[in-house]
Design a binder for this molecule. Structure first.
Ligand SMILES: Cc1cc2nc3c(=O)[nH]c(=O)nc-3n(C[C@H](O)[C@H](O)[C@H](O)COP(=O)(O)OP(=O)(O)OC[C@H]3O[C@@H](n4cnc5c(N)ncnc54)[C@H](O)[C@@H]3O)c2cc1C
Length: 438
């Protein structure tokens, strides 16, 4: 049987030493959640001289950040026009301009903090699984090109060559995309935050926040910490530490596998430019290389194990569909993680009480956007005005029927996968111009 094990644990450099929080402490800011968002926030605050503590219930990178596909996919599913309609012109303009620079900003950070995380910025292929999906990508292309995104259309033959199979007939190439080893990046941020003066505590679950005069007191398993400001960066692993926050996202699941290293011949065929790929399926397929030339392939899962409800079978058949050249390759491991999905698939920055902020809901596009969120949370603490931030500061607004939807989540992956198979079969029956090489 294929072992269930997070591949990134095997290849990430070690984290800094962190203790459990014991006794009663004080800080200016306490951040709850030591993933990419919390740690990037901590770097900016500590560099600005703010006394900052970060707590995680588990280990640094325990959540999505240490399980991620690590693909930097630097635009939204929404078009700029949709963002304008949703947020209003000025807010949308700030969000769009931050979006256009987010990938370069991430790779700049990696160089600035000298983080050894196998970062490569070779581009991202966004591939259409049907002709209808190709029409959607064409609209996305035209609208994002118009605002300055570095994006191009790949014809059928270019798509076949860059993917390394004829699984897709149309794709976009996003020049700014790339990949990182996500746990190594998270640990690199932890080192940088600690070097800047932040205090990091692991195995320290935070309980509810209590107001004590002008301050907040967070009780933990072995002590407490009192701070002027509390920042919640717990994303899809959010428990009941702040009323309603957990209900703003559905915890969807993503599952991944790591193959054995590909031979030079296989590498010359499969994603030969070492770009990342993700497609337009509901149960999205995504893939990338790691630094050891293994292919990491992922899709949607059902819970915290990749094995549930046919997950491993779905991973294998997905990989064989997209990359038939890999049908006999060995699989080293599979794993699962949670994705915090909001109703409109856009992240949320909340300020639910004086001195409390939250940044959550990256909806599967967190690798670069968690850094944007981290810098924004820090800017807000440092006195930044809401009108200068890329994300609107909104009320906590639970998803209607959250408890029921949550119970249905495990069934979503198999049902989305069935719908995808039906739409691909239908597409084969219906000829379309998107299949032409023009
Ligand atoms: C399998 C998978 C593949 C993905 N692939 C991609 C991808 O290719 N590209 C992309 O852009 N995004 C991807 N994502 C999404 C991306 O990884 C996330 O958006 C991002 O890592 C979120 O980081 P975070 O810091 O906000 O949250 P997390 O990394 O989840 O950190 C939250 C932390 O909060 C801690 N916590 C929770 N409650 C408490 C408490 N009460 N007290 C103390 N600590 C607490 C948890 O232990 C956890 O460590 C993927 C996600 C998964 C799971």
């Amino acid at each position: 049987m294929i072992p269930e094990d997070i591949h990134w644990n095997r290849t990430a450099p070690p984290p800094p030493t962190c203790e459990k929080l014991g006794g009663n402490h004080k800080s200016d800011v306490v951040i709850i959640g030591a993933g990419l968002t919390g740690l990037r926030t901590a770097i900016s605050l500590a560099e600005a001289g703010v006394d900052t503590a970060v707590l995680d219930a588990e280990k640094i990178g325990f959540g999505s950040s240490g399980r991620s596909g690590g693909q930097c996919n630097p635009i939204w599913r929404a078009t700029p026009a949709q963002l304008h309609k949703k947020f209003g012109s000025q807010q949308a303009e700030r969000l769009i301009s931050t979006t256009l620079s987010c990938a370069d900003d991430l790779f700049d950070d990696i160089r600035r903090y000298e983080i050894d995380c196998g970062a490569e910025q070779n581009g991202w292929i966004q591939a259409a699984h049907t002709c209808k999906a190709a029409d959607g990508l064409k609209e996305l292309y035209a609208s994002w090109l118009d605002v300055g995104a570095r994006i191009s259309v790949q014809t059928t033959s270019q798509t076949h060559a860059s993917v390394g199979s004829d699984a897709y007939n149309f794709s976009l190439h996003h020049e700014k995309g790339g990949f990182v080893q996500p746990l190594a990046l998270t640990r690199g941020f932890a080192w940088a935050a600690q070097k800047a003066g932040a205090r990091l505590y692991e195995q320290t679950p935070a309980g509810k926040a209590d107001r004590k005069g002008q301050k907040w007191c967070i009780t933990t398993s072995h002590g407490s910490i009192t701070a002027d400001t509390v920042i919640l960066t717990t994303n899809a692993y959010t428990d009941d530490l702040w009323p309603g926050l957990r209900q703003t996202m559905l915890p969807m699941y993503s599952i991944s596998l790591a193959t054995a290293p590909l031979s030079p011949d296989q590498q010359a065929q499969v994603l030969p430019g070492r770009r990342t790929i993700s497609d337009t399926r509901l149960a999205i397929f995504y893939a990338r290389y790691d630094a050891g030339n293994r292919l990491i392939f992922g899709c949607v899962g059902s819970n915290d194990s990749a094995r549930t409800l046919g997950g491993v079978g779905r991973l294998l058949s997905g990989m064989h569909t997209v990359f038939p050249a890999l049908k006999d390759i060995d699989i080293e491991c599979t794993w699962a993680g949670r994705i915090g999905v909001t109703q409109d698939m856009m992240p949320r920055m909340h300020a639910p009480a004086p001195g409390v902020l939250a940044g959550v809901g990256f909806s599967g596009r967190g690798i670069a956007m968690t850094s944007v969120m981290g810098r924004s949370l820090a800017r807000k603490v440092l006195g930044g005005h809401n009108d200068d931030l890329p994300f609107p500061v909104s009320e906590i607004s639970p998803i209607p029927f959250h408890a029921l939807s949550r119970r249905l989540v495990p069934l979503m992956a198999p049902s989305m996968s069935m719908k995808d198979r039906a739409s691909v079969a239908w597409d084969r029956l219906m000829p379309s111009t998107s299949k032409e090489d023009s």
